[in-house]
Design a protein around this ligand. Structure first.
Ligand SMILES: Nc1nc2c(c(=O)[nH]1)N[C@H]1C(S)=C(S)[C@@H](COP(=O)(O)O)O[C@H]1N2
Ligand SMILES: [Mo]
Length: 203
């Protein structure tokens, strides 16, 4: 047996083991980046665009495009998991942490509805978008976020199934009571934890 053969085998095996623990149950790994949208891709001109935080907050917020882009930025790499069973490792994004955005709005209730251009919306517990768990991203893999993937900006909540990562997001509404979003009212699970395979209602 040559040294080269042995090294390659060993490294390949180590990689498999590392990846196995990162893949939630029932998922397969893909190198592609599939596009899944319930409707056409909206294209809102920058001068008509804003981002707002409304509802049960101490200080409602509205940022224009330019104002929004003065907020402090973060770059980070995460794995993403779609309910249609593909997962993608090491996706690189940059944008604004929801800790920053909610830090100025000061939510007074426990639920969030993310709303979007095109009418899509999705619900999340406030706790799931705080403490370094969620971002509004405008860049993927070092380039501006393409429109089909949610550009100019999308919500990114990598620890939940990807339908919670609302594309073309325009704001957050803080609610006293949880309210199902678009897919959640059509039978998707209300919470969507990929590690518990919470794909559909009743899972
Ligand atoms: N506004 C909006 N956001 C959305 C959707 C949508 O139809 N509209 N689809 C969701 C679903 S079901 C998935 S799996 C991901 C797909 O994101 P991608 O097209 O970038 O892969 O976006 C989510 N966010
Ligand atoms: Mo999805």
């Amino acid at each position: 047996m040559t040294k080269g053969f042995f090294s390659r085998g060993f490294l390949g095996r180590r990689r498999e083991v590392a990846e196995a623990g990162r893949l939630p149950p029932g998922q397969y790994l893909t190198e592609d980046f599939p596009v899944l949208s319930a409707g056409p891709t909206p294209r809102t001109p920058k001068d008509k665009w804003d981002f707002s935080v409304v509802g049960a907050v101490e200080t409602p917020q509205r940022w224009t495009w330019d104002e929004f882009h003065t907020l402090p930025r973060e770059t980070f790499t995460v794995d993403i998991h779609c309910v249609t069973k593909w997962s993608k490792f090491d996706t690189k994004w940059s944008g604004i942490s929801l800790d920053t955005i909610l830090g100025v709005a000061k939510p007074q209730a426990a639920y969030v509805l993310a709303f979007c251009d095109g009418g899509y919306f999705t619900n999340l517990p406030l706790a799931d978008v705080m403490n370094n768990k969620a971002w509004i991203v405008d860049s993927y893999d070092g380039a501006p976020l393409p429109p089909e993937h949610g550009g100019p900006v999308r919500l990114l909540v990598p620890h939940l199934y990807f339908w919670k990562s609302a594309k073309w997001v325009r704001g957050l509404r803080i609610l006293e009571e949880d309210q199902p979003g678009f897919w959640e009212s059509l039978g998707y699970h209300n919470y969507g934890d990929p590690w518990k395979e919470q794909r559909y209602q009743g899972d």
